[in-house]
Write a protein that binds this ligand. Structure first.
Ligand code: NAD
Ligand code: GLY
Length: 350
């Protein structure tokens, strides 16, 4: 097992390793009072891991209740949020109790936002069960729900008390969803860590999960320590996201977030090479590693469509977009770019 300590407005540990769900109760007891533990999960994860989590918490002395909602992004909304709040209130959950977010980024983001707002704040524990949640969404305290007109438009910065990542849970992830998470670990390599990138180039999909997740969490820990509230350097974590959002939205969300980010990362790398910001060899390494991880590197969409879908709101306001641009493997810059110039970047990346 590996432990990474995050020092944000609240300090907490991220524990990563095999078979950790069995120890969850004892780990939660070490950071909260023994009382009620309310597990929030989704309809795919609960049948797989609900019983072991419940048993572990009961063995440690907690009273356990659970709320399970239908799996998928479409549940990350105000309706589910209010249902969970009502469930907690009906069960007299109080501020000495805690919530357990058992699932991927959808469960984690929604439960975190419930925790931030129920009784003006209650403890919660992240138990990520997707690779994306393990390396990104469970760490750093960004919580949110979606509105009809956009993703993550309502939320709060609210840090968990503990993150417990049992790497065995990744064994049941559909391969496609696992690959979506791989786009995120490759992102960390491009942004911050040449050695991690080289390790992934060598291993491909057979990487050492515990070691790689722990390294990504260390990198995210450093970002969060520097810019917890996302006013500066944390925005680098959006590498590939501006164009990726265009790909995702213009496919009407049939292209997954991870694959859209992979295409966005490939495109911004091609554009950076064309503009002489990074070497062609850097761009080629990015394209090669994405392909090795069975992730897409191009789209059929044209530049105008991508531009319109990615940036329509900012176009209206005549704003600036912060493009995250690779300079070499392990180093990227934030380039404030007038919206009117973004189309040329997209064209250069196609
Ligand atoms: P997800 O939570 O929808 O999980 C993907 C699918 O995998 C779901 O169907 C889920 O039921 C299933 N699943 C989860 N764990 C499983 C397991 N171990 N075995 C089998 N199936 C399993 O999606 P995700 O990709 O984990 O997260 C995406 C969400 O994360 C988005 O809402 C995004 O906005 C958010 N996000 C948040 C942050 C942040 O910093 N808070 C960062 C990145 C992404
Ligand atoms: N996933 C982006 C962030 O945590 O800032």
């Amino acid at each position: 097992m590996k432990t990474v300590k995050v020092c944000a407005s609240k300090a907490y540990e991220v524990k990563i390793g095999a078979s950790l769900l069995n120890d969850l109760g004892a780990e939660v007891a070490a950071v909260t009072k023994i009382g009620t533990a309310a597990i929030i999960s989704d309809s795919n994860v609960w049948p797989l891991y609900g019983e072991v989590v419940k048993k572990s918490l009961k063995n440690a002395g907690f009273s356990v209740i659970s709320y399970v909602f239908p799996a998928g992004e479409s549940s990350k909304n105000a309706e589910t949020y209010l249902s969970v709040l009502n469930f907690l209130a009906e069960n007299h959950v109080n501020r000495a109790d805690c919530l357990i977010a058992l699932g991927g980024g959808v469960v984690g983001d929604l439960t975190g936002f419930v925790a931030a707002t129920y009784l003006r704040g209650i403890s919660y524990i992240q138990v990520p069960t997707t690779l994306l949640a393990a390396v990104d969404s469970s760490v750093g305290g960004k919580t949110a729900i979606d509105l009809d007109c956009g993703k993550n438009l309502v939320g709060a910065f609210y840090q968990p008390k503990l993150v417990l990542c049992d790497t065995d849970t990744l064994n049941t992830l559909p391969r496609d969803i696992f690959r979506d998470g791989c786009a995120e670990i490759i992102k960390y390599g491009i942004l911050y860590d040449e050695a991690l990138f080289a390790q992934l180039e060598a291993s491909g999909l057979a990487f050492d999960r515990e070691a790689v997740i722990a390294r990504c969490v260390e990198l995210k820990r450093d970002v969060v320590a520097e810019d917890e509230f996302d006013t500066g350097s944390r925005m680098k974590l959006n590498l590939g996201h501006t164009i990726g959002h265009g790909v995702e939205a213009s496919s009407h969300f049939t292209v997954s977030h991870g694959k859209a980010v992979a295409i966005g990362t490939a495109m911004i790398s091609r554009a950076a090479a064309k503009y002489g910001i990074c070497a062609q060899q850097t761009c080629d390494r990015v394209l090669d590693i994405l392909t090795r991880f069975e992730l897409p590197i191009s789209t059929n969409c044209n530049a105008q469509t991508l531009f319109d879908t990615a940036l329509s709101d900012k176009k209206r306001s005549g704003g600036i977009v912060n493009l995250i641009v690779p300079e070499k493997i392990g180093s990227c810059s934030i380039r404030p770019t007038p919206v009117d110039e973004v189309k040329a970047w997209i064209e250069a990346g196609l």
